[in-house]
Design a protein around this ligand. Structure first.
Ligand code: ADP
Length: 631
């Protein structure tokens, strides 16, 4: 065993790193403390393992003590961990242990752009050497736990050399005394140190003291067994994490050990604060820990965007501590964790929806807007579709919510598809003639009030083998076979008379002629009862709801081409048939065709020319009042 003391030169790679660290105006210098504390915590973990293996140890408490001395301009970080022998000291501190870090250094060295270098550094953990961002000089004293090992002192100003000397009487563990640079004296301020520790290392398992005051009082509860944690503890942790004043709506706590170890503790907040002023502020992300050390605040790679309303912590033993943020996304381990966390979160929500429907309905009302974005997650489509909630014709008012499961359980015998309609409000959709037929058959209709809902329905496509079909595409042939709701058969309109039947083709073609390219065709309806006409999307064209979204996106103001169906049982159409029987090109038919078309468009939410509409209404009124006066 070598006992040589004296001066040694740093390896080239270390010199390179030191040079970069010292000469870049490091944006978040404070992370040097995270690195030292994390090393200290590792050293304590390693000692605990030795203890478990039966090593006989001094009776020192396992802890980390940080002492700031403003007058002496020093900061000391001391642990009672495993310590280092002389050889270990040279091997560990004289070189860059991690190949990842080495790679990082060479990448940095290649970066000609100083600004870019700075930002890369800011995203990395660079280990022990980051201390030289704030240190004029470092004196590290260490004694290995191994019996009979002497203590060693390692000193360096970080400029190319370090010295090693033997020390007397040092206790087990490592103590790092930092002589701070004049411009970095903030790190001799205990309040500042406490703040840094709380932010980066607040949940480390070992006690951390700053000038004898315990700092990390919140335990890493996600690491504790679920059955031991009380709801209040979860809530306290949640509030600590989010600064929310309320308790969370849902708490998801999952741990997996194989094939990859990870723990996730996620919360659904009561109020969605990401939707400030109604517009989405973007995903907040989770705190990503590696072995209880915070490596990224607000990580957006673990949870998909649609679960971004969840806040919390994800911790893994299997991620490298110094993984770069920009490569995290491509990290295979993180991707596997992300997939697993997503699956677990979805199945938790699904279960919550069954066990606590009220709470889930609150969650949906608050976070549904974000959650709906999950329509693009093809892999988890089934689980996702179970989480969807909509208002429907079966609800008493616009506040009610139903799941697709409930819908299916209520489907009529002989009903094949799940039907929906979109519109701005419950009033608007219930007045829409497109659902008249479905209502008559007692078929439930889901009411979609938000533009994204159409995308959700189109992408989800089906639920438990039942196609999700917009009301305007409902298969009349199938629905006709269903019995009308009780008592409705009696008020069926009388069959068309021979004259009326003869006039029908003339009326249809005259109306088409009048409306021209605005409609693809005018045909007799089999689905209407109360309304005189309905407009439906011709086959192969986007539904009304979809078209409206596209109009918004493309800023295209043109009106969609529709098929117009007329209700030959309706009194207005009957009168028009009588007019057509006498004179197919009577100007009143033209007026009526326009009026019927435009009011139907208006009901669908399209209003092109209010002046023309008002003018025609005046004309219609004039014709009606004239008739009325002559009666
Ligand atoms: P990393 O922590 O990523 O390995 P560092 O440069 O921070 O890189 O540290 C290099 C090595 O020095 C560590 O792996 C560890 O073996 C050793 N070391 C650092 N700090 C301590 C400490 N407080 N106690 C014991 N060993 C330490």
């Amino acid at each position: 065993m070598s006992t040589e003391t004296g001066s040694f030169a740093f390896k080239a790679e270390v010199r390179q790193l030191l040079d970069i660290l010292v000469h870049s105006l490091y944006a978040s210098k404070e992370i040097f403390l995270r690195e030292l504390v994390s090393n200290a915590s590792d050293a304590l973990d390693k000692l605990r393992i030795e203890q478990l293996r039966g090593a006989s140890l001094d009776d020192l408490p396992l802890e980390i003590r940080i002492r700031a001395d403003k007058d002496a301009k020093t900061l000391t970080v001391t642990d009672t961990g495993i310590g280092m022998t002389r050889d270990e000291l040279i091997a560990n501190i004289g070189t860059i242990a991690h190949s990842g870090t080495r790679e990082f250094v060479s990448r940095l060295a290649e970066t000609a752009d100083a600004e870019k270098a700075k930002s890369i550094i800011g995203q990395f953990g660079v280990g022990f050497y980051s201390v030289f961002m704030v240190a004029r000089e470092v004196k590290l004293t260490t004694r290995s736990f191994a019996e009979g090992e002497p203590a060693w002192i390692w000193t360096s100003d970080g400029k190319g050399e370090y010295a090693i000397a033997q020390a007397e009487g040092a206790p087990r563990g490592t103590s790092i005394e930092i002589a701070l640079r004049d411009e970095d004296l903030e790190y001799a301020d205990p309040a500042r140190l406490k703040e840094i520790i709380t932010r980066h290392s607040g949940f480390l398992g070992h006690p951390i003291f700053v000038n004898d005051e315990r700092v990390n009082t919140v335990p890493a509860i996600w690491r504790e067994p679920k059955f031991q944690i009380k709801p209040e503890q979860y809530a306290e942790f949640y509030r600590h994490l989010t600064y929310d004043t309320e308790d969370p709506l849902e708490t998801i706590h999952v741990t997996a050990d194989a094939p990859i170890q990870w723990t996730a503790l996620l919360f659904a907040p009561k109020a969605n604060r990401d939707l400030l002023l109604g517009s989405y502020q973007g995903q907040q992300g989770v705190d990503l820990y590696v072995r209880r050390v915070l490596i990224q605040h607000g990580n957006k790679d673990v949870l998909p965007e649609y679960l971004g309303f969840l806040r919390g912590v994800v911790d893994s033993e299997d991620l490298p501590l110094n993984v770069a943020r920009e490569t995290l996304q491509e990290n295979r381990v993180l991707r596997a964790i992300s997939n697993a966390v997503t699956k677990h979160a979805l199945s938790h929500l699904k279960k919550a929806a069954v066990d606590r429907p009220e709470a889930y309905a609150d969650l949906w009302r608050e976070h549904g807007k974000i959650l709906k974005l999950g329509y693009s997650d093809y892999v988890n489509r089934e689980a996702f579709s179970e989480l969807l909630r909509f208002n429907s014709s079966a609800c008493e008012d616009e506040k009610g919510l139903v799941s697709l499961d409930e819908y299916v359980s209520r489907m009529k015998e002989g009903q094949v598809d799940i039907h929906y309609i979109s519109g701005p409000s419950r009033e608007a959709v219930t007045a829409n003639p497109q659902i008249e037929f479905l209502r008559r058959k007692g078929v439930e209709v889901l009411y979609l009030y938000e533009p994204i809902d159409e995308f959700v329905m189109e992408s989800v496509g089906e639920f438990k083998g039942k196609a999700l079909t917009p009301a305007e595409r409902a298969d009349v042939a199938v629905l006709e076979k269903l019995p009308d709701e009780a008592g409705d058969e009696s008020d069926k309109p009388a069959e068309l008379s021979e004259d009326q039947a003869l006039a029908l083709p003339a009326l249809l073609s005259r109306m088409k002629e009048v409306l021209g390219e605005r409609v693809t065709e005018v045909r007799e309806s089999r689905r209407l009862k109360d309304s005189p006409v309905v407009l439906v999307a011709p086959d192969g064209q986007p539904t009304t709801g979809m078209h409206k979204i596209m109009r918004l996106i493309t800023k295209d103001e043109s009106l969609p081409q529709k098929a117009m169906e007329i209700n030959t049982g309706h009194p207005v159409i009957r009168d028009l048939l009588a007019v057509a029987a006498k004179k197919a090109d009577d100007p009143f038919i033209e007026l009526a065709a326009w009026q019927l078309y435009e009011s139907a468009m208006l009901q669908e939410g399209y209003l092109q020319d209010p002046h023309a509409l008002a003018e025609r209404m005046r004309k219609t009124l004039a014709a009606a009042s004239d008739l009325y006066a002559r009666k």
